[in-house]
Design a protein around this ligand. Structure first.
Ligand SMILES: C[S@@+](CC[C@H](N)C(=O)[O-])C[C@H]1O[C@@H](n2cnc3c(N)ncnc32)[C@H](O)[C@@H]1O
Length: 432
């Protein structure tokens, strides 16, 4: 069956005027976040109450939060420990009395410091080039807050506070705003850059407290968990629901982190302040991060099917004819995506639906049809293509004109649109 007729543009999926920061969606920004309205509409259409949703690249947990609001159990995976922390905090109910007691205790501490105009001494974490990214006063403020948070006993409350701290760290650092990669602001700006650390922190805590209260009022009593399983490496998350997951809603990376969205660089300073593992390694661990020269690994369960048979193969060859290295990098990404889809398909129920929100990026003037690759890979596992909805990206936090990679010849112009690929399992398929 031709996939062309099943692909159509539908502007009702743009959600131009939508509030994307309702409930706990307000907690923390992150590059290329899915907007909640997409997950909400897909869950309404393809989900079932008390069923199980999987997001193998969950980021800050947008689809998991929506699953909880709808009444589906959910499991998310991500290799980035910072977003696992954020997603966990967004999903975890906390009795408001408990939260308010701790927030009041924190506020009293902040007032005392402000009143005395003296920042108490606290251990400074061992972070490379710390004074390149933060003024010496800032370092002392952050170290004080870090020490205070370390003493918060209730894990859920501590995570809640850490998430506000994490977003604040990036804002009060010398990083340029509006960029995902770590670049320092111009020298003439540094001198006058004196952010009000406590003020920003309080604002974020208040905003997130309101978001959590709204979430707790609406969420259903469901199970949720966030895992570090890397499906591209064949790792499968737990729990594994009996009968398999019913629905996948996910937005995978657009390509390798080095040349598309640098999630690791975006997270690094916060992760280092919080003391999370692998703070400097995330982009290398992400899909397509290890391009060793492999270009023909099997991507499907049938050993003879290789990347060379897939809808991206001829485009990779076009790239190879002008730039061998870029072709290897691009191949590495699709090999990982193919492996990941194999792992995901193993965990799905006989009637599962998958919804992958993907962008077709342009490399060396060649547009790579990632949407067709996803359909191809799932079709190896008993799925059929149901539809591909093309939407504009009016409000996703993405660079529109210039590639964040600054790689000549690669622009993000194709990222003004993205594709919501929907496939459903139609034939009985043995997974295990
Ligand atoms: C487009 S973002 C997802 C954003 C998410 N939908 C949200 O709303 O926050 C893609 C995510 O994939 C993660 N990622 C990259 N490679 C991965 C892998 N092999 N396994 C799991 N997650 C991976 C990145 O860390 C990033 O958080």
């Amino acid at each position: 069956m031709s996939t062309v007729s099943l692909k159509y543009k539908d502007e009702s999926w743009d959600f131009r005027a939508a509030d994307t920061k309702e409930y706990t969606h307000c907690f923390h920004t992150y590059p290329a976040m899915m907007i909640p309205q997409i997950a909400r509409k897909l869950i309404k259409q393809y989900g079932k109450e008390s069923g199980w949703l999987l997001d193998p690249y969950c980021g800050t947990g947008t689809s998991l939060v929506e699953a909880s609001l709808f009444g589906m159990h959910s499991v998310g995976c991500d290799i980035n420990p910072l977003v696992r922390l954020i997603a966990t905090a967004k999903l975890t109910p906390i009795p408001l009395q408990t939260l308010d007691r701790e927030l009041n205790r924190l506020n009293n501490q902040l007032f005392q410091v402000e009143f005395s105009e003296k920042i108490p001494d606290a251990p400074i974490p061992d972070i490379l080039n710390l004074d390149y990214w933060f003024s010496s006063d800032l370092i002392r403020y952050l170290a004080f807050l870090r020490a205070w948070m370390g003493d918060v006993e209730d894990e859920a409350v501590r995570n809640f506070i850490l998430v506000a701290f994490s977003e604040m760290v990036r804002e009060v650092s010398y990083t340029r705003t509006g960029e995902f990669k770590l670049h320092r602001m111009p020298a003439q700006k540094l001198e006058n850059f004196k952010p009000d650390v406590f003020g920003i922190f309080r604002k974020k805590l208040n905003r997130n407290r309101q978001g959590l209260a709204a979430f707790m009022e609406k969420r259903k009593s469901v199970e949720t968990s966030v895992s570090d399983a890397n499906t591209a490496q064949g790792e499968l998350p737990l729990p594994r629901p009996l009968g398999g997951y019913d629905l996948v809603i996910t937005s995978p990376p657009y390509g390798d982190s080095q040349t598309t969205v640098a999630y690791g660089q975006f997270s690094r300073l916060s992760a280092e302040w919080i003391g999370l593992p692998n703070a400097r390694k995330i982009d290398g661990l992400a899909m397509g991060g290890r391009h060793s020269g492999r270009s023909e690994l099997p991507i499907a369960t049938l050993p003879e099917r290789t990347l060379m048979d897939s809808p991206v193969s001829s485009d990779i060859e076009k790239i190879r004819s002008v730039d061998e290295k870029r072709a290897r990098e691009v191949s590495a990404f699709y090999i990982d995506l193919g492996h990941s889809i194999n792992s995901v398909a193993k965990m799905l129920s006989p009637h599962a639906t998958i919804c992958y929100v993907v962008g077709n990026r342009r490399v060396k003037e060649v547009i790579l049809p990632t949407d067709e690759f996803v359909i191809f890979a799932f079709c190896q596992h008993g799925f059929s293509h149901k539809e591909t909805i093309v939407r504009n990206i009016p409000n996703k936090r993405m660079p529109k004109k210039n590639s964040p990679s600054n790689i000549a010849g690669e622009t993000a112009t194709t990222m003004n649109e993205e594709n919501i690929v929907v496939c459903q399992r139609t034939t009985h398929h043995r997974n295990f």
